[in-house]
Design a protein around this ligand. Structure first.
Ligand SMILES: [Zn+2]
Length: 393
């Protein structure tokens, strides 16, 4: 196999996909390549459906110019995410745009078999709705809880306590696409790292999610810590040791989540503010009209979250903390985070830790979960094209 040829093909795809080149001439200039070589390679890519070439009207004499575009719908990915107690399945094109979306809400006592069947149904339903010409390229499961990424196993999720070591990566041999798995917070942090504007030059970044559950992810440089094992920072299940005996969804008692997670404080929120919606997305929009002192349960949750966050900072010493989830969208709660970190002993003597809130959009999780699978898919497809061309020749 001619890897040099494969690299040329990938470079051309990258130039067109990123908008750095539009024509064969642009490619020749950017890669210092003869026009006959460019023609041959572009021919391979258009035949393989990755590029399309359209003649744009030419003014004056000479040959009309042909514009090349990346065919973001050559392949589609299916991404399954966890939102509250719902599985959201989306079809995503190679420009990372959402093309289709369906949801399923498994019962809280769902077991392995039923959860596997639900995921399988979501994937096959979306695949059947793919437009003609779009090939299923990869299925990515972006999941909450503890995973074994290497083995493709969803080990534990406190949302569905009856799940136990559910094998997913090799469970669906009938699917026409490989199945991969990533922890949802790792995907979101990877997406934020890829979006350089969000994190600029910082190398140590802590992502803290406070919502239905509580968890974190941590990046050192471009490496998201423990991404390949799929288990890290289960801070929601750190014990408070407060001897209240409150049962947690993980099977333990008196975890942080029992006083701060949305699932735990929902009843108290609803008692004080009966019309407050209790899903993460809706709550994010509505919570800001709530006065913190009016809701003692929320006050205690904030207190415990600030303690946790300042302690985590003394462990990880991040340069930036990115807060996500519905509660931190409340301006007063966000202000308290900033203040607690700025005034905490040991931390205040360092270069100031920057604190920001991430928007409540699925974009970062989508980009982080699919970036590498799409790169791998392109490499596989281009290698296959190069091989077919070489055999034909
Ligand atoms: Zn717990």
């Amino acid at each position: 196999m001619d890897m040099h040829h494969v690299t040329d093909l990938l470079n051309i795809v990258d130039l067109i996909r990123s908008g750095k080149a539009r024509t064969r001439r642009d490619i020749g200039t950017a890669l210092s390549m003869r026009s006959t070589s460019v023609s041959e390679l572009v021919g391979t890519l258009t035949a393989g459906g990755l590029l399309t070439e359209t003649i744009v009207s030419s003014s004056g004499r000479g040959r009309p110019a042909a514009a090349l575009t990346f065919n973001a719908q050559r392949f589609g990915a299916i991404l399954i995410s966890v939102v509250d107690l719902t599985l959201v399945a989306r079809t995503i094109d190679m420009d990372f745009h959402i093309r289709d979306e369906i949801v399923a809400t498994p019962p809280e006592d769902v077991g392995n078999e039923q959860m596997a069947a639900t995921i399988h149904d979501l994937v096959t339903t979306l695949m059947a709705r793919f437009p003609a010409g779009v090939e299923p390229g990869v299925v990515v499961l972006s999941l909450a809880g503890l995973l074994d990424v290497a083995q493709g196993v969803w080990c534990v999720s406190s949302r569905w306590p009856n799940l136990c070591n559910l094998e997913l990566e090799h469970a669906f041999p009938d699917l026409q696409a490989p199945v991969h798995m990533i922890r949802n917070l790792d995907a979101e942090l990877l997406g934020l790292r890829l979006d350089r504007q969000a994190t600029t030059d910082e190398s140590n970044i802590l992502l803290l999610h406070w919502g239905y559950g509580i968890g974190a992810a941590y990046a050192n440089g471009d490496t998201v810590v423990n991404r390949m094992t799929g288990r890290f920072c289960e801070i929601g299940h750190w014990s408070l040791g407060n001897s209240r005996g409150r049962a947690c969804t993980c099977g333990n008692t008196d975890c942080l989540e029992t006083v701060a997670a949305l699932w735990a404080i929902s009843p108290a929120l609803q008692t004080t503010c009966p019309d407050l919606p209790l899903t993460e997305k809706a709550l994010a929009a509505e919570l800001r009209r709530v006065d913190l002192p009016e809701v003692p349960a929320l006050e205690e949750a904030v207190t415990q979250m600030l303690l946790l966050t300042t302690n985590l900072c003394r462990l990880l010493f991040p340069e930036r903390i990115i807060l996500t989830g519905p509660f931190v969208q409340h301006p007063e709660i966000f202000r308290r985070f900033v203040e607690a970190i700025a005034s905490a002993p040991l931390l205040k003597s360092l270069d100031r830790i920057r604190v920001s809130v991430s928007e409540f959009v699925p974009r970062d999780e989508i980009n982080g979960a699919l970036h590498q699978p799409f790169e791998d898919l392109l490499l596989r497809h281009v290698t296959h094209l190069q091989h077919s061309t070489a055999v034909d020749a």
